[in-house]
Design a binder for this molecule. Structure first.
Ligand SMILES: [Zn+2]
Ligand SMILES: [Zn+2]
Ligand SMILES: [Zn+2]
Length: 331
């Protein structure tokens, strides 16, 4: 009957390997007074002031939270001290961890439902050249969609023609039109992508593990999406953060863009790959990738072939998406 024994705790059972540190952190947040303290410290945060002046003195914090029971207040403040709150000689501040938690909440919960569908986009479909449209879903995802072809992916829950898909917090829409959201959101997504491709989690800086997935019955004749894998790409790589379970599927071709010889190859043909990707989504990249496929099964080796003005760059990668070899063939 009594669940005083912590091993009976559904919270700890559910936390599994995340363990007691996670349950303690959630436990700390699950209290009205403690949340009031964190929000009051957030409210008092003034980024333009020097760090040394950002602490809130005990008396001021007490005033802000205003609960009229100083014993209880001190008890809760002490509980937060060291994890979400740091006490200094000048007073109390949020720790970086607390600030990250609060930021995630604010960025993800802005105002009303922001979803929209079929807004005109500045970008062109890299499959057929038509103008794309952009959707923003109630799951806080942005989808670029082609109205004139099958696109690159087919997911049962979305309209057809999807060419790109990414998480984007609703903060991206704050004080922006859907078109501005798309451009600025694209910059945000590209920077996260570069972080990920360098083996770093864009959410928590943890280590990324990458696995290769090859469609076992791939059939995507020109202009169609494979029924078996729902993609035009036979090879896709799954990136998962070992710490926070952040995950992102990417087509193989994207895995060459951080390589210096690849950037140089594009540069030698008049294309600044990074700014091109920023301005035109991934169109430039996919317009120039001729092939992305498996070249050897055991060990698994992958090939991305880029062609520009008749010159060819072959990039060979291993099953973790790491580059093994780059070779250039001039026209
Ligand atoms: Zn299209
Ligand atoms: Zn397939
Ligand atoms: Zn992470």
């Amino acid at each position: 009957m009594s669940s005083a024994n912590s091993t009976d705790s559904p919270l700890e059972a559910a936390a599994g390997v995340a363990g007691t540190e996670a349950t303690e952190a959630f436990g700390l947040l699950a209290n009205e007074t403690r949340l009031a303290i964190l929000l009051a410290l957030w409210e008092a945060k003034e980024p333009e002031r020097p760090r040394s002046e950002q602490a809130v003195p005990f008396s001021k914090l007490y005033e802000r939270v205003a609960i009229g029971d100083s014993g209880n207040f001190t008890y809760h403040l002490d509980k937060l001290d060291g994890t979400f709150v740091r006490s200094t000689e000048e007073g109390y501040k949020l720790t970086n961890t607390a600030a990250r938690v609060l930021r995630a909440v604010f960025a993800g919960t802005l105002t009303e439902d922001r979803s929209f569908e079929g807004e005109p986009s500045d970008f062109e479909c890299y499959r057929c050249g038509s103008s794309l449209v952009v959707d923003y879903t109630d799951e806080n995802e942005t989808i670029q969609r082609c109205p004139d072809c099958e696109g690159a992916y087919r997911w049962p829950e979305y309209p057809s023609g999807m060419v790109a898909h990414a998480d984007l917090p609703p903060a991206a829409l704050e004080n922006r039109t859907p078109q501005e959201m798309q451009r600025k959101g694209n910059t945000w997504i590209r920077n996260r992508l570069m972080t990920l491709l360098n083996g770093v989690c864009p959410d928590c800086a943890g280590k990324i593990t990458t696995t290769t997935h090859v469609c076992d019955d791939h059939d995507a004749p020109e202009g169609t999406v494979c029924d078996n894998c729902g993609s035009v790409y036979e090879v896709r790589l799954l990136h998962v953060c070992e710490v926070c379970k952040f995950d992102w599927w990417l087509s193989l071709g994207l895995h060459v863009v951080t390589e210096l010889p690849v950037k140089v190859f594009y540069h030698d043909h008049g294309i600044d790959l990074e700014s091109a990707m920023d301005e035109s989504s991934i169109t430039v990249l996919y317009d120039t990738i001729e092939e992305q496929t498996v070249v050897s099964e055991d060990p698994l080796e992958l090939l991305v072939r880029v062609e520009l003005d008749g010159d060819r760059l072959d990039v060979t990668l291993d099953d973790a998406g790491d580059v093994l070899d780059v070779s250039e063939t001039a026209d």
